[in-house]
Design a binder for this molecule. Sequence first.
Ligand SMILES: Cc1ncc(COP(=O)(O)O)c(C=O)c1O
Length: 451
Amino acid sequence: MHSVDPTTEQMIRSVLAYAENRLRLDPVPLDGCHRDPAEFDALLNGLPGEEPHNPDQVLGAYASVLAPGVISADSPRFLGFIPAAPTKAALLFDMLVSCASIQGISWLEASGAIHAENLVLRLIADRAGLPDPAGGCFVSGGSAGNLSALMVAREVAKRRAGAQGRRLRAVVSADAHSSIASTLRILEMGALTVTTGDHRLTGAALRAAIEADGDPSSLATVVATAGTTNAGIIDDLAGAAEVARDYGLWFHVDGAYGGAGLFAPSVRRAYDGIEHADSFVLDPHKWLFAPFDCAALLYRDPALARSVHRQDASYLDVIHDEPADWNPTDYAYHLTRRARGLPLWFSLSVHGAKAYGEAIEAAIRLASEAAAEIGGRSYLELIREPDLGIVLFRRRGWTAPQYADWADRLLADQVAFLPPSAWEGETVARFAFLHPHTSMDLVRQILDRME
Ligand SMILES: Cc1ncc(COP(=O)(O)O)c(C=O)c1O
């Protein structure tokens, strides 16, 4: 299994050929055929088992049974949830990272890889205007980033006089991502939830909520979102930062989806205030065109994060011998980690950050054109002007089953993947544009099918 024998040679040829073909797909088809587990099992015919199988046979089973059972998130027709659109360069380098078995825990083990990751983190920090000492690490996703950041926020608050043994709380918007609620549950924190009429958290609404609260001293952090998942709304970050500062609260910005807009000049001003973040999450596997899984987690003061996340054990002492060494393990809840920032480093180096800005602008432009198209069709109604690449709209007169039926048929006909969402309790349609090759022609086709 570990030597280069004829079977290995055969696998190198056939698996790389398969990967090459996948890389050359342009555009990537949608796919996505659903089977139940028993059908998959029957088709896989006992794989894996106790005895070996010919690798080409196993690869064939993957190609014919398993791969079609996946909706390609990197297809320009994937317009649901938050899509993906990894660059070919990033995908290629991801293969190299896998083959290199890089143990991205510590400077001792992987200084070269970690240095490259840190250059990318610095580039993101610069876009956000975070000061020089800012830093962090790459984690698996926005959820892991939010959890790790709020662990630090809670710990910092616990160190305040009189906070010991108290149940701390976070001030969050009703539109914050579901991972924030999940994080608060894990951390046994409460929430002071702020609701606003237009779903955008503002400094004024935050201040009013805190002033009306009976127990402001139990608050640990303000969580703002730079690009809400459902509607792409960028909260009033400057206002939220000011309130956080006035009350001595940790300021966390969840930019897992929308943080990439920092690279797009047309919307950059909407992020003003992000430079005050104590922690900031941005998922390159969403809108910075990196492969899964890759989330950038940055702290204004990494030493605070280290004081919370550093794991100590006799077998780990050696990685902490040199205090100046940057160990990604010290900045999040993880130990072993893939050097998942490297594919982004490679792709950014090959293409340049300007190309990233242009590709992000393409989705923002498409969202605005789609909104105008919706506005021009009497049977449709735009719910709100898009801030970024997400467009929410309704088909006048439709009920939930009609949206579901429309979405099912779009997928069955391989036109698009566009599951309905909800807005203020009502089922609605939602475009999530991210792939720079999604076209207005496709948008029109989809809208025509609602007539
Ligand atoms: C704003 C926001 N935060 C957090 C997340 C969670 O990110 P992940 O799915 O990478 O854990 C998402 C995912 O869509 C998101 O949009």
